[in-house]
Design a protein. Structure first.
Length: 57
């Protein structure tokens, strides 16, 4: 049976709210703790949209 695809439950871009920095940091730590290796961690963070940002000095 094919998956149901509807636009009724899609979220519009303007309805998305960015995560607070602290929440994103906590999520990054949880993902890193459960990832098998660095590549998997990067992939999961990218999928969740919570990649760490590079600090510029």
């Amino acid at each position: 049976m094919p998956a149901k695809t509807t636009t009724d439950t899609d979220i519009a871009d303007e309805d998305l709210v960015p995560l607070a920095d602290e929440t994103a940091s906590q999520a990054q730590r949880v993902v890193a703790a459960y990832a098998a290796d660095a590549d998997e961690c990067r992939m999961l963070l990218a999928m969740l949209g919570i990649e760490p940002t590079a600090k510029v000095d």
